[in-house]
Design a protein around this ligand. Structure first.
Ligand code: URA
Length: 237
């Protein structure tokens, strides 16, 4: 983590105040004065401000049931930000681990731990996301098998070089399906169905990894330690 961020996470100082402290020689790392705010520091470095050792606040991990017509960025745009009704301190330090479109509902993780969210988002980690999809028109029963097979092999999206990674499609009825994917390309689910000639009119994320959505729309809760650790190779205690 950058030194200025470490100071912000350990004190009530703003970023510019933290940088001013660094530039004026008030900050030491392992007993040496450091004057560059971009210096990388780790938990095992001793960082002091005016001689006092700093300890960063623990990371926060939340699960939110996103409602329709809200957006996953930190500021309001065409629709209100999901952070607007998140009544917790320093919500500006938080970000979404895997955004949903404005018209998509369901499970969203929110955190200030960038490494943790990176593991959820990056496809090589193979973290499964389960979506409930509603289509604009029914799929013929005799098309089910070939559609399921195409999702399993990978789909060629417009403006993409590679096929999508193997995805699991389960038809619930002729217009509703469950789709499990390990990636999060821009509008991925809608584009996968569009490539197969179908329009998505309803999209809801039900599950990420082992964590299922279990709060009402608009509500949130903190993740348990087990849930947090289920996404990392080196568990926290
Ligand atoms: N795929 C989409 O098309 N939209 C989302 O919000 C999430 C996945």
């Amino acid at each position: 983590m950058r030194l200025d961020k470490f100071i912000c996470k350990s004190t009530t100082l703003t970023k510019s105040q933290a940088i001013a402290c660094i530039h004026t020689g008030k900050v030491t790392v392992n007993q040496l004065v450091v004057t560059k705010e971009a210096t990388q520091v780790h938990e095992n470095n001793q960082v002091c401000l005016n001689g006092d050792t700093l300890t960063p606040r623990p990371f926060r991990y939340l699960l939110l049931h996103k409602s329709k017509n809200t957006i996953c960025s930190n500021v309001d745009e065409t629709y209100p930000s999901i952070f607007k009704n998140l009544d917790i301190p320093r919500s500006n330090e938080l970000h979404v681990a895997g955004r949903l479109d404005a018209d998509t509902t369901g499970l969203v993780f929110i955190t200030d731990d960038g490494r943790w969210s990176f593991d959820i988002i990056r496809p090589t980690q193979k973290c499964e996301k389960v979506y409930r999809v509603t289509l604009s028109r029914p799929i013929n029963l005799d098309c089910y098998e070939s559609l399921i097979a195409q999702f399993a092999v990978g789909i060629q999206l417009q403006n993409e070089v590679d096929l999508t990674r193997p995805a699991k499609l389960e038809m619930i009825n002729q217009t509703d399906a469950l789709l499990t994917i390990v990636e999060g390309k821009y509008h991925q689910v809608k584009r996968m169905f569009a490539a197969m000639g179908h329009r998505v009119v309803g999209l809801h994320r039900e599950k990420i990894g082992k964590v299922s959505l279990d709060v009402e729309v608009g509500q949130w809760r903190y993740l348990t330690l087990d849930e947090i650790n289920s996404f990392i190779n080196k568990p926290k205690h």
